[in-house]
Design a protein. Sequence first.
Length: 229
Amino acid sequence: MKRLAALAAVCLMVAACTTTNVKSAAGLPDAPPQKARILLIEPDVRLSVILASGLQEPRADWSASARANLQAAVEQSLRTRSHAYTLFKPEENMDGRAGQLLRLNAAVGQAIMLHSYGPFPLPAKGKAFDWTLGEGATALGGAAEADYALFIHGAGSYSSGGRVAVMVGAALLGVSLPTGGQQVHASLVDLKTGRVVWFNVAMAAPGADMREPEGAGLLVESMLKDAPL
C-alpha cells in the first residue's frame, strides 16, 4: 500500500506540471533582444472530445476558446517583455507570398516534429537544430516591419464523461485506455534571415487547460519561459 501511495503521489506531482522540450539554433545572442517587433501569427488550435467508443469528435467551440485564450496570454507575455507586436490572421492572408510562407512554415514545423523530436533524425543535421524558411521570409514581416514571427499550434483531446466511465471499468479489469492529452508547440522565426531560432513543445498539465483563460495563461508561461525574447 505504501508503494502504491508513493507512486500515486509521484504521478500527481508529474501531472501537475507542464513539461517543455526546447530546441534553439546555434549562435543566438547571450541576451534577448530589447523591445523587439513581433509578428504574432494567430494561434492554430484544434481540440476534440474522446467519446465512450474511443472515437474523437472535433469541438469547434473548444478550439475557438483555446485559440482566443492562448492569443490573449501570449499578447500579455509580449507586453510584459516590452515587445511590440502585430497580430497576423492567417485566414485573411492565405493568398500570394504570405500564404506560401504560412504553408511552408507548417511543413517545416511538421518536419521539425518528425526529425528533431521524433524517431527519425536526419544524419546530415546531426544534433544541430538547423531549420529555415529561407530568405523569402522577410516578405512576411514587411508591412509590420517585424523582427520575428511567433507561430503557435495547439492540438489535443479530452475524455467525455462516458469515456471516463469506460476507463474506470477497464481499469478494474486491468486494462489501460488512452485518456487524451493536449500539446502546444511554438516556433520563433527570424524574419531577417528566415531561420527558426527557437522551438518548444509543451505538454499541458491538467491545470493548464487552454480552454480556460487561467489555464492558457499557465500554459503560455511555461511555453515561453525559455524563449529568446
